[in-house]
Design a protein around this ligand. Structure first.
Ligand code: PLP
Length: 412
């Protein structure tokens, strides 16, 4: 390194492992911001944050937050999270998801994002494999690579409502596999798995002595049928559950989530201790938010019904527009707030990222390329968009998308 006193410019080197991470959902923003700086109006359909649209944190929860701050709940808390909150989560999981958990087996985290990081860090050694759905929520892929593991993507089948392809899942299990991951309801596809599918995954995990990791952050944002939690079905296969409050309580910016461990015979005890150890290093998650959510969870979840109904109308609208188009195909999402349409072969793009950037440049609509949700391959051109905005905005966005696709279609 050149000493500072020499006056020469010197570049601080970046660690190699940073190259392993990416987050397509926010990476595309850079391009949109540049366009906006030039005066172009952009419709943002990239980030799954209801608070960027016409959804707001329930008033009662805001009041709990003011109260917590006013009452002086502003110091550090226990690294595992407040016992009041862990108890409230245990009651929520019992009442909503039929999952019985000792609060001692629940750890509060700074969003599910932190839980993914701490879990993967504690679970894998160099070269270990984790089985992830294809497509997948990107941090699962990024963190697996960051910790020098190997994300192995199992196929989920568009023809079968984007459910996991069990044969492919079985085939991909190896000596190095550490866990089977599922995201249910799914981001980006909106699939909500049936009990039969969940039981098949439990059987496969049981046969191979593997734990299942299930991300259920959208558990209460479901439009058709009933959501079934993986942990409510498993008897002796260890389940690591990831969940949080960003979406269901409309507090994405407060950063609060949790990880839980459901086991019969202490199979997860070492892993749980490891995760606690890692989380002690980051001290604790947001204390006033923990108090506020603990109090609020014990009172009401009245806002959810209105929120889900509002979203259902938007989902139905966007699906009607997609079905009317001969250039898009999409499996109707049953949960979460994303659509993941496939673009017809008559659109001459080989890379979805080129399509997304041209759509942004020409029509000012920002979506996320399907390839951002995989580390391997997706057969076909896909993009993900949120259906969180008001109907007028969705209508405008769909008109622009249609115009773009029609302009680029190859006429036969
Ligand atoms: N898991 C899934 C499937 C998500 O879609 C998201 C956010 O979009 C997260 C986790 C991250 O949530 P949090 O805000 O709790 O970090």
């Amino acid at each position: 390194m050149v000493p500072h006193s020499s006056g020469e410019f010197y570049l601080i080197k970046l660690s190699k492992r940073v190259n392993e991470v990416s987050y397509a959902i926010r990476d595309v923003l850079v391009h949109a911001k540049k366009l906006e700086a030039k005066g172009k109006e952009v419709i943002y359909l990239n980030i799954g944050d209801p608070l960027k649209y016409d959804f707001d944190t329930p008033e009662g929860l805001k009041e709990e937050m003011y109260k917590a701050v006013k009452d002086g709940r502003n110091g550090y808390s226990d690294s595992k999270g407040l016992s009041e909150l862990r108890e409230a989560i245990s009651r929520k999981e019992r009442d909503v998801n039929n999952v019985v958990l000792d609060p001692e087996n629940i750890i509060v985290t700074t969003g599910v994002s932190e839980a993914i990081n701490a879990l993967v860090a504690s679970l894998i050694e160099d070269g270990d494999e984790v089985l992830l759905p294809n497509p997948s929520y990107p941090p699962y892929i990024s963190y697996s690579k960051f910790y020098h593991g190997k994300p192995v993507l199992y196929r989920t089948d568009e023809e079968n409502m984007w459910f996991p392809d069990m044969e492919d899942l079985r085939k991909k299990i190896s000596e190095r596999t550490k866990a089977i991951f599922i995201i249910n309801p799914n981001n980006p596809t909106g699939a909500v798995y049936e009990s039969k599918t969940l039981k098949e995954i439990i059987d496969i995990a049981g046969e191979h002595g593997l734990p299942i990791v299930c991300d259920e952050i959208y558990d209460q944002i479901v439009y058709d049928g009933k959501f079934v939690s993986m942990a409510s079905l498993s008897k002796d296969v260890p389940i690591i559950g990831l969940n949080g409050f960003s979406k269901t309580l409309l507090i994405t910016g407060w950063r609060l989530g949790y990880i839980y461990f459901k086991e019969e015979n202490g199979e997860l005890s070492e892993l749980k201790n490891g995760i606690e150890k890692i989380l002690r290093v980051r001290l604790c998650s947001n204390t006033p938010a923990q108090y506020a959510v603990a109090n609020f969870l014990n009172k009401s979840s009245d806002h959810l019904k209105g929120m889900v109904e509002k979203l259902r109308a938007r989902r139905d609208y966007i699906m009607r527009r997609i079905e009317e188009s001969d250039l898009l195909n999409c499996i109707k999402p049953k949960g979460a707030f994303y659509v993941f349409p496939r673009v017809s072969g008559t659109i001459p793009y080989s890379k979805d990222s080129d399509l997304v950037l041209d759509l942004l440049g020409e029509e000012g609509v920002l979506v996320v390329p399907g390839s951002g949700f995989t580390d391997g391959k997706l057969e076909g051109l896909y993009f993900r968009m949120v259906f969180l905005p008001r109907l007028e905005v969705l209508e405008d966005a769909m008109n622009r998308i249609e115009r773009f696709l029609n302009r680029h279609r190859i006429l036969s």
